[in-house]
Write a protein that binds this ligand. Structure first.
Ligand code: 3HC
Ligand code: NAI
Length: 679
């Protein structure tokens, strides 16, 4: 059966796409649409056309899997032009998400109606490209430059109500009666003498002609968020072309920019990220019919930094949480921080007072483990110490109902060892959140040797419910993320003993695209994590800095000196401490180039990633990319460490590692030798 079918409803031709799961505009859909329009043109009984989609959504965009391959005609721009040129008015009837090429099809239509729950957007920029089927030229003509810029340049979709208010939608129609309402609307407008043609409109861009500053204002406002990405600037230039040039020339400019981006490294990387995110949700050896445990109530142990943030995730998702501490003061402090965080979010307008009240009402603070008895999931976030964790899990095992999941938020410890103290190791799993846990998107799900399939599957599904992106890791020290981070940290510490300054190391990483470097990160987290005055031997630079009360931002100085606004500057004292260490070792300081810094910090991480794969601690290379992109600020436009290594060339990476005297992982060596890639 063809993916496009047509049905006559009196004088209206209804064109229906059925291309699951998201009605992507692949070749068959494009060809089917073109044929349907020809049918409408040739049938004198037809006065108007309605285009709609079956299934869960209107066209969600071009078929991304066709990118990077020769395109089979008709192209999407040709189809959109054909729709717009139709003598009989065409109405787009939208439900679900009209995204990318989907919205461009709708913009080619003379009218657009949608159900109130629909979302409309041009997310191409997130794939490192720009709307390439006229979207950058038609949208500003329909809604004006001021409204079009954020939609095109940030890629975030808007709701139907907002779309109607800016003139993108002509009418909101009933959820269940979309088709019938669209047909009625089509019949009504078919009697009009003229129909709006987006490409011919100039009324809405007049404002930007008078105020060309609008583009620079937008660039300034969004500079931080867009830093490093190529596509946003191209989007801005394309919209500017819609203002400066006639439509046909604007389209040429759009095409030129699109072709440059779509064949570039960033777009390849961002497409990889799109599919990597979806792949991460799949666990290869869990059967599809594995049951899911219903999580109606969650328990959290420890109301510290992590316990509080973890709790907020569930409260925000409408799931009640009982939070347990060992003493009243810590409990009060933890609960107060949760409330303060919610109120701050409300102040920024991102939550209503009712939403805050609702979330807080779902929280039950307690000092008794017994109150965790009827929880379906308990997450432990107490101190990072194996003896304490074992003690806690023994207690939980005796109290919490059978069938519940017992999870640990440990950063490094062995989840199997923790599970071994319970009589139900199959119920134990690692749920490793990242700080701040209510903000960071990543959740590492640590699968123990005995973790049951339903416990794992439930954890994966739950992660979606609380807005996280989950990646499964095996049990190894530091799991995927922190295990690789340790490599980077070790090399950073070595580099400053060879002559690179901490700020040189940080600068190199920031210019690569990280939000901060390892020494800035240490200063932020505090140098004294895991350090104590009593046991300090002054053996490392960190020991000495802590002894001098240079413990990071919180003491006003760490690797850097901080002014009253927490602005950092290089510290002569730290330079001296490092120089003394080097002198004592009898080595000479040397110049270390930024290129060497990057290779020394990043290649060992790739190498560790390969070892993680060799040991089957990660399911796939792209999962490792997802961990680093979402938990550690690895720049998205490089695709993550493993994808980036593919771009650099594995042979180059392997030989550099050898040159630095590091043992190369067997899979990395093999792939490098065979000219292969991780992805
Ligand atoms: N092309 C190809 N496959 C797509 C696709 C697309 N545009 N959009 C989604 N898919 C696939 C996914 O890979 C996934 O496949 P899988 O089941 O094998 O993993 C499946 O469809 C379902 O997708 P999701 O898991 O993402 O489903 P959700 O219901 O969570 O989300 C969605 C639906 C909001 C539509 C989301 O899929 C999405 O954001 N899609 C991408 C939208 C997009 O970027 N459109 C622009 C494309 S570029 C373009 O249009 C260029 C044009 O200007 C020329
Ligand atoms: P924290 O020190 O801020 O909080 C721990 C809390 O647990 C304290 O409030 C303490 O009073 C409480 N506690 C200790 N023993 C308890 C017990 N037996 N019963 C009940 N409560 C008890 O520590 P943080 O940073 O929240 O870390 C908690 C866990 O999360 C650790 O395992 C840590 O490794 C892990 N983690 C920490 C991250 C971070 O960035 N801070 C990131 C990811 C994981």
């Amino acid at each position: 059966m063809s993916v496009i079918s047509t049905r006559k409803e009196g004088d209206v031709l209804v064109v229906i796409s059925n291309n699951p799961p998201v009605n992507a505009l692949g070749h068959a859909v494009r060809a089917g649409l073109a044929d349907a329009l020809t049918q409408a043109a040739n049938d004198s009984a037809i006065k108007a056309v309605v285009i709609r989609c079956d299934g869960r959504t209107f066209f969600a965009g071009a078929d991304i899997t066709e990118f990077g391959r020769p395109m089979q005609g008709p192209s999407l721009p040709e189809v959109v032009d054909q729709i717009e040129a139709s003598k009989k008015p065409v109405v787009a009837a939208i439900h679900g998400t009209a995204l990318g090429g989907g919205l461009e099809v709708a913009l080619g239509c003379h009218y657009r109606v949608a159900v109130p729950s629909a979302k409309l957007g041009l997310p191409e920029v997130k794939l490192g490209i720009l709307p390439g089927a006229g979207g950058t030229q038609r949208l500003p003509r329909v809604v004006g430059v001021e409204a079009a810029l954020p939609i095109i340049v940030t890629g975030d979709p808007i709701g139907a109500k907002q779309a109607q208010s800016i003139g993108l939608l002509d009418k909101l129609v009933g959820e269940p009666s979309l088709e019938a309402d669209a047909i009625a609307f089509a019949r009504e407008i078919s009697t009009r003498g003229e129909h709006p043609i987006a490409s011919q409109r100039t009324d809405k861009i007049a404002e930007a002609v008078r105020d060309p500053e609008v583009f620079d204002r937008f660039r300034r406002e969004h500079a931080r968020k867009l830093k490093g990405f190529e596509a946003p600037e191209a989007c801005i230039q394309a919209v500017k072309a819609a203002v400066d040039l006639p439509f046909a020339e604007g389209i040429k400019k759009e095409r030129e920019l699109f072709l440059k981006l779509v064949t570039g490294d960033q777009s390849r990387a961002l497409r990889h990220v799109f599919f990597a995110e979806r792949a991460a949700a799949k666990i290869d050896d869990i059967p599809a019919d594995t049951p899911v445990i219903e999580i109606k109530k969650v328990g959290v142990l420890g109301a510290g930094t992590m316990g509080g943030g973890i709790t907020m995730n569930f409260l925000s998702a409408g799931i009640p949480v009982t939070i347990v501490e060992r003493e009243q003061a810590a409990l009060d402090r933890g609960v107060a921080i949760i409330k303060k965080n919610y109120e701050a979010t409300a102040k920024k307008g991102r939550l209503t007072e009712e939403q805050v009240a609702k979330a807080v009402s779902l929280l039950t603070p307690s000092l008794s483990y017994d109150d965790l008895a009827d929880c379906d999931l308990v997450i432990e976030a107490v101190f990072e110490n194996m003896d304490i964790k074992k003690d806690v899990f023994k207690k939980l095992d005796g109290i919490v109902k059978q069938g519940a999941i017992l999870a640990s938020n440990t950063s490094y410890l062995n989840v199997d060892e923790i599970a071994s103290v319970t009589k139900r190791p199959q119920a134990v799993i690692g749920l490793h959140f990242f700080s701040p846990a209510n903000v960071m998107r990543l959740l590492e799900i640590v699968r123990g040797a005995k973790t049951a399939p339903d416990v794992l599957k439930t954890s994966m599904e739950l992660s979606k419910k609380i807005g996280k992106i989950a990646v499964v890791s095996g049990v190894c020290p530091g799991f995927i993320g922190n295990r690789m981070l340790s490599q980077r940290q070790r090399e950073a510490n070595k580099l400053i003993l060879e002559g690179a300054k901490p700020w040189d190391v940080d600068r190199a990483l920031v210019s690569f695209g990280f939000p901060m470097g390892p020494f800035q990160m240490s200063d932020l987290a505090g140098l004294d994590i895991g350090w104590s005055k009593e046991t300090s031997k002054g053996e490392t630079i960190r020991d000495v800095l802590c002894e001098r009360d240079r413990r990071g931002q919180k003491t006003g100085k760490g690797f850097y000196d901080y002014d009253e606004n927490r602005r950092p500057s290089p510290s002569p004292e730290v330079e001296q401490v490092i120089a003394d260490f080097i002198a004592k070792s009898g080595k000479q300081q040397r110049q270390v180039s930024d290129q060497e810094i990057l290779e020394r910090l990043l290649y060992p991480m790739v190498n560790e990633g390969a070892k993680i794969l060799d040991e089957k601690m990660a399911q796939r290379a792209s999962d490792i990319d997802i961990v680093w992109l979402n938990g550690y600020g690895w720049p998205t436009y490089t695709g993550g460490p493993m994808f980036w290594a593919d771009t650099v060339g594995l042979e180059k990476v392997a030989s550099a590692l050898e040159g630095y005297g590091l043992e190369v992982a067997s899979s990395l060596k093999a792939k490098a030798g065979a000219g292969q890639k991780f992805n």
